[in-house]
Design a binder for this molecule. Structure first.
Ligand SMILES: Nc1nc2c(c(=O)[nH]1)N[C@H]1C(S)=C(S)[C@@H](COP(=O)(O)O)O[C@H]1N2
Ligand SMILES: [Mo]
Length: 527
């Protein structure tokens, strides 16, 4: 080509831009076709889902903590968004390379596909067939790349005869390129959306759950006493509606578990191994109980806690049937998607309402909360107890086995630490002068809260009024009326005591490795 004129420079830039665009569109075609076909295969067969899940599995404690602290329960959306950005950059590179030399660009695409294939095949639920959607997607993507990088029509003949032309000269004209791009991009969107719709329509759990009628419990939850809700506007509802219940899990696509096929295997260090199906589970004497779940990732004052009325079968009955052998000290529960939790055996045998839950606030479990069966254990953080979509209970020892997060830097045991938070006034909120209503929640599951104190600015600690207690396994609300509050910026701090009279820990500690500590405070303005 020799020296570069202005015009060739422009061509060069345009070539790279078109190359990048071709790469991105080809990737779009790849993912759209794979997504569409994956509707007919297992959940691991979706390349995006399996790549994201693999990434999550390699997430160490500090990164999980950062993601949850920064993005809260939107962490999955942020992960997907980051993956889309990375995929866009990589496919743009492949496209630019393909414009120079199609075979080299295609090789890059194949390398990316092999990496995605490795993510797919290593998922817990994956079989060889789950690679098929990726295979078809990759072929479609390669076709798209060639279609956009070369003039596949008449003009190729001239170039092959002269054999002197560069890849750029093989490229389709600007007009042809743009028409083809629009065509493929449109097709990718339609196919991708179609795949998403078909995926939803093929979901068994949604339809079965809709029609499912759960039996009534043999033992009902004691009615909530009047006055569990603190008399302060804006305090969290005592019972968390299912739609507002925090959701934390490693599942990028919510497992689709058909109750008709669901089975729980109970095995390990037991006299009697057995499996139990869903109908058999529902035929047992079920209990109902209010339990406040808490996530270990909850920061001081955070909202990764929720309270629901759970319906289920006591785990102590399950274990009584299995008969653990001497020496066992842990139950490793595993979900259908490979998550696992280590729960101390004695906790599942004592008289607390630890259960295999099937119902949440009068409905079958929502899909995101573990349909059809999950564990609920009062007093332990979710990461060592609350396995959703549970399918396996192995009676074992802490020395022999460990749960999902324990092997990623979190502790093996996770008793919930006593906590309290200010919910009203809102942090940095404005309230009128006069009497300021202060209120919030406190929890010390399995013990109960005996006293809550608040401190305004740097004044003396004052006793707050406790709302009624539903049970020691639920949170407890509190309120405090601050009379004659003067205008200005003020701070309120809260601390709670459990039923033993033990004050919650004052030292500030982050969530990892076994739960945050510290007294919560907020500032607000009196106007
Ligand atoms: N299968 C599965 N179960 C799981 C998890 C998970 O990642 N996968 N996360 C646990 C954690 S860390 C918590 S705090 C609770 C949260 O339950 P929720 O989403 O119903 O609030 O679920 C637990 N059960
Ligand atoms: Mo959690």
């Amino acid at each position: 080509m020799g020296k570069r004129t202005k015009a060739t420079q422009r061509d060069f830039l345009r070539g790279n831009l078109f190359g990048a665009l071709a790469g991105v569109i080809a990737a779009g075609v790849l993912f759209a076709v794979a997504q569409f076909v994956s509707a007919f295969f297992g959940p691991a067969s979706s390349p995006m889902t399996s790549m994201g899940s693999t990434f999550i599995d390699f997430t160490p404690a500090w990164m999980k903590n950062f993601a949850i602290a920064t993005f809260g329960t939107n962490d999955k959306f942020v992960l997907l968004l980051s993956m889309v950005i990375v995929a866009t950059v990589l496919s743009a590179v492949a496209g630019v390379v393909a414009r120079k030399k199609l075979a080299a660009g295609a090789t890059l695409v194949v390398i990316f596909a092999v990496v995605m294939g490795a993510c797919i095949i290593t998922r817990a639920s994956a079989g060889l067939a789950d690679l098929f959607p990726l295979l078809l997607g990759t072929l479609a993507g390669l076709f798209a790349l060639r279609f956009l990088s070369q003039d596949t029509s008449a003009s190729t003949t001239t170039s092959t005869t002269t054999n002197l032309s560069t890849a750029d000269e093989l490229a389709p004209s600007r007009r042809t390129f743009l028409v083809r791009s629009a065509l493929l991009a449109g097709a990718a969107v339609v196919v991708g959306l179609g795949g998403t719709v078909i995926n939803g329509a093929r979901n068994t759990a949604i339809a079965v759950r809709e029609a499912l009628k759960l039996p009534s419990p043999k033992t009902q939850a004691a009615a909530l006493p009047a006055g569990v809700q603190a008399p302060v506007d804006g305090v969290t509802p005592f019972v968390t509606p299912n739609d507002d219940f925090y959701r934390i899990d490693t599942a990028l696509s919510v497992p689709d578990v058909d109750p008709a096929k669901w089975q729980l295997r109970v095995h390990g260090m037991v006299e009697e191994e057995f499996t139990i199906g869903f109908d058999e589970l529902l035929a047992q004497d079920l209990i109902e109980s209010y339990v406040t779940l808490t996530c270990v990732s909850n920061v001081v004052g955070g909202n990764l806690a929720g309270n629901a009325k759970w319906l289920g079968y006591p785990l102590r009955e399950v274990l009584a049937r299995a008969k653990p052998k001497a020496g066992a000290d842990m139950v490793l529960s595993t979900s259908i998607d490979g998550f696992s939790a280590s729960t101390p055996l004695p906790v599942l045998q004592d008289d607390r309402d630890a259960m295999l839950a099937v119902g949440m606030n009068g409905e079958p479990l929502p899909l995101e909360h573990g349909f059809p069966v999950r564990m609920v254990v009062p007093g332990l953080y979710g990461f060592v107890s609350a396995t959703k979509w549970v399918v396996d209970l192995e009676v074992t020892t802490f020395a022999q086995a460990s749960g999902y997060w324990t092997s990623r830097g979190w502790s093996s045991h996770g008793p919930i630490k006593t906590a309290s938070r200010v919910e009203v006034p809102r942090a940095l909120g404005r309230v009128p002068a006069g009497t300021v209503a202060v209120g919030g929640s406190a929890w010390a599951q399995t013990k109960g809260i005996s006293r809550v104190e608040v401190q305004i600015d740097d004044g003396a600690w004052q006793e707050a009024t406790l709302a009624a207690e539903a049970s020691v396994d639920t949170w407890r609300q509190w309120s405090y009326m601050w009379d004659n509050a003067p205008a200005g910026t003020h701070k309120v701090r809260v601390r709670a005591y459990d039923a033993d009279g033990t004050l919650q820990i004052q030292d500030q500690a982050p969530p990892e490795p076994d739960g945050s500590t510290g007294w919560h405070s907020i500032t607000f303005n009196v106007t």
